[in-house]
Design a protein around this ligand. Structure first.
Ligand code: FCB
Length: 443
């Protein structure tokens, strides 16, 4: 697909791709790994669209060298992966399992040899099951245990990881995992899931302190954001939009940047204790922004348990996930973060941006994905527009390197620049891979 030339990006801008442990590694019983909440959830009938699990996924645990070669071929300077907590501590506490850490040690060295910066996420939703059995993120012990795990990871890898990301999308883990039950651990607490927000944020703050104490490189968190598009113009619609915005876009950012919780967040007394907000507001080097699409919101029906109603947006092209394609939402979001937080906002890296399409190899074995090229073209330009408007954005990572195991959707949603045939584990770079290399990374 031909696209107009991409405007230049600042020198040193980090182009990368992202993945996460449970979605690609497989080898869930190898080298002493303990079970995580996602093994349990995927093993429960009816939870995953195609009945699959991440037990094999992309077999990246054994094929990481081939996958790093794909990264090198793409020319990216960053690779964001996640470390599986249950590989490091099979039950979530106690000493490190050295053979579990060996895998990440090998991965990091292979990346550095290939000239790719390792960017490590400590928690991409795969909590050790033993911790969930003790209450998981609803329990106030979990934050300190998370920091102890962060310390073990930093002790082994801290000399080589170029950017640490504490948590991936704590909003999604709270809302889909604990509020609505669509993700592990499958709790359906609706707004009673709020303690999961506070404990994740507290775990983040304590982990930042642990990483700093080890003298690691820069530290970030990766939040999910979705600009609100109001459906309707009544006072009640506007109030619903503000409520959704507070929950999705501000709950995890206001306290991180020193503003405390947005008004109207009703935590049970006792959840937020003296000193917690100071721990949470520990200075960050980078804010990770994961963006996929905006959300349509209008006022809720009177008997609704939630203060808003989510409405599908019309008038946009849609991905195979039925998510609207709206690059202007990314530009608006970046500008809005700058306008809301001003000097408190650290430099931003877009830590996830991407789309699912039903990519199938043609008769010639090639995989053509012009929709993904159009998607990425629009979103990369949106980042450039935000930079032109004065927002400091220093990186952009595509979700994802490989087609992979997409949580509750199983193998039914393909997000990769590289197609994976799950029966043979054969990797085939799609046309978007060559486009991203030739038009974005090395124009
Ligand atoms: C994000 C997740 C990532 C992947 C993409 C499609 O919410 O962080 O693991 O599932 O969505």
């Amino acid at each position: 697909m031909t696209t107009p030339p991409m405007p230049e990006f600042p020198a040193g801008f980090r182009w990368g791709v992202s993945t996460s442990a449970y979605q690609i590694e497989g080898a869930t019983a190898a080298d002493g790994r303990g079970p995580s909440i996602w093994d349990t959830f995927a093993g429960t009938p009816g939870r995953i669209a195609d009945g699959s699990s991440g037990a094999e996924a992309c077999d990246h645990y054994h094929r990481y060298a081939e996958d790093v070669a794909l990264l090198a071929g793409l020319g990216v300077s960053g690779y964001r992966f996640s470390i599986a907590w249950p590989r490091v501590q099979p039950t979530g506490t106690g000493p490190a399992n050295p053979t579990g850490l060996d895998f990440y040690d090998r991965l990091v060295d292979t990346l550095l040899d290939a000239g790719v910066d390792p960017v490590a996420t400590l928690f991409h939703w795969d909590l050790p099951q033993a911790l969930e059995d003790a209450g998981g993120w609803l329990h106030r012990d979990t934050p300190a245990l998370f920091a102890a795990y962060a310390d073990l990871a930093a002790a082994r890898l801290g000399d080589r990881v170029k950017l640490w990301i504490t948590l991936n999308e704590p909003f999604i883990h709270m809302s889909l995992g604990h509020g609505l039950g669509v993700h592990a651990p499958g709790r359906t607490l609706l707004l009673d899931a709020f303690p999961v927000a506070h404990h994740q944020l507290l775990g983040h703050g304590l982990a930042v302190a642990a990483l700093r104490a080890r003298g690691t490189g820069p530290v970030a968190i990766a939040n999910n954001y979705s600009p609100v598009r109001l459906i309707g113009e009544t006072e009640a619609d506007r109030a619903a939009g503000a409520a959704y915005d507070a929950l999705h876009n501000r709950l995890f950012t206001d306290p991180l940047l020193g503003l405390g919780y947005p008004a109207g967040m009703n935590f049970d007394p006792g959840v937020v204790r003296d000193g917690d907000l100071e721990v949470i507001a520990a200075p960050l080097d980078v804010l990770g922004v994961n963006y996929y699409s905006p959300t349509g919101i209008r006022a809720a029906e009177e008997d609704s348990p939630l203060p808003f109603e989510i409405v599908p947006l019309t008038g946009y092209p849609r991905t195979a996930f039925d998510w609207p394609v709206a690059p202007d939402g990314l530009r608006d979001l970046l500008l809005r973060l700058r306008d809301t937080y001003g000097d408190a906002l650290p430099p931003i890296q877009v830590t996830e941006s991407g789309c699912a399409y039903d990519d199938v190899p043609g008769a010639d074995g090639r995989v053509h994905d012009p929709e993904r090229i159009a998607y990425l073209d629009g979103h990369v330009r949106a980042v450039r527009e935000a930079i032109d408007a004065g927002v400091e954005v220093t990186g952009y990572f595509v979700w994802s390197l490989l087609d992979n195991w997409e949580w509750a959707e199983g193998f039914t949603k393909r997000f990769g620049l590289v197609h994976v045939d799950y029966a043979t584990q054969r990797r085939t770079p799609k046309s978007s891979y060559a486009w991203f290399r030739d038009h974005v990374v090395r124009p």
